[in-house]
Design a protein around this ligand. Sequence first.
Ligand code: TXE
Length: 486
Amino acid sequence: MDIEISMKIKNYINGEYVNPISDNWIDNYNPSIGEVYGQLPDSNSQDVEIAYKAAEAAFRGWSETTLDERSKILSKIAKLIIAKLPELAMAEAKDNGKPVRVAKSIDIPRASANFQFFANAITQFASEAHESVGQNAINFTLRQPIGVVGCISPWNLPLYLFTWKIAPAIAAGNCVVAKPSEITPMTAYLLGEILTEAGLPKGVLNIIHGLGTTTGQAIVEHPNIKAISFTGGTKTGAHIAKVAAPMFKKLSLELGGKNPAIIFSDCDYNEMLQTTVRSSFANQGQICLCGSRIFVEASLYQKFKTDFIAAVSKLKVGSPFNNNTDIGALVSKTHLNKVKSYIDKAEQYGGNVIFGGNIVSVHDSEDGYYLEPTIIEVDDNSCILNQDEIFGPIVTIMSFNDENEVLAMANDVNYGLSATLWTNDLKRTMRVSKQLEVGIVWVNTWLLRDLRTPFGGVKSSGVGREGGFEALRFFTEPKNICIKYN
Ligand code: TXE
């Protein structure tokens, strides 16, 4: 695994690394220094067709491979990811700008866990039988793999989210044409050699690189790719839904979030404070689950404001390769500009920047895309700062007076992915959790993940659920078989 050289990433099709047909390439940036360090294929619909054909040819064999054999191969992939953890973590940090410490402790272990989890889950996945009593018939449900499916993933948690889709897809017996984000293609590229080493049959998983509007679009438009699992922006998700709907494709869309963190004065204060710093700024705030709207009960508000600023001021912005760094580089110059534009217009949008807000110049990495963690005080939840998904190291804080008021504000947004609730009142926990319009509620914690649970959102945060058997249900087609027996 050589990631040091300036290199050309290749597509991984039918178990081989290949150049794009057009021989067109896209520059790949290292956001921590703002420089091009390699290139990736600018694949087109011909490349997608070749990948599709390889997947189609592999499908019968793979779908008939025993669960035990599939499970063993997935486990082997999981082990090889761990064996190559240091190189993969370095590659992720270089490609994405995230602290290598975070890639080592979160991204890469989770990519491995995704394969290990579905290696186990597929051996436990079962379907239902219904005896039609009095009619001498038994119905049972076959859950068959769909065929060739498409998986498209974003740049914020590159290998973590890429594998979150492809592991259940192949565990369930499908073959895959997958596209990582063109902004962070490196670890998906490196996965190719792991798949080969693990003995995954050729064609089962094909990894194509390129732009969303060409490569991604070609996957979504392909008439025989029958299901699309997508994680990314809400606008892109809406576009994909529009393209896929007339072809009646199965769709799973995990989109943006604008998640409330609701803090009641009876919470465990220190734990809440520590976790809220993390839920605000982990991964430079570039996680769809980050709590970007913080609502604090009025009686606690001033204390929280003071302590939160003090805690955030201790976060170190710096090179992803420095072990003390808490906040690395944002993923791209375009993204940095987008995030910064909200800070520049904060006042016009009804906010007051009370901490941070500036671009940071990091020694020896002056052209990298660094931004201070930023806290903006607002007093109206309907302001743009509380309505748009900014997806960077920015949070807003505001106070509330009672439960009904905060519930109304938490729900008054287009998104509905997750919410965090801080309270020790059990009755309130249940009342509020039931009324929050989201797919996930964390109470007195954040981003505590059990891979068996349904994962996804409502409203503009998406359609469908990933995780556990939900993912295996998505990647299979149920067929009812009714047998009359007399
Ligand atoms: O994502 P895109 P972008 C949010 C975040 C961010 C915004 C835009 O707010 O600022 O989305 O980010 C592929 N057909 N999230 O523009 O474009 C693309 O190549 C098929 C939230 O970078 O949605 C990439 O592989 N595919 C999010 C993937 O879609 C297409 C994580 C995601 O990129 C396509 C990232 C098309 N027409 C951004 N156009 C989350 N939910 O975690 C693009 N793609």
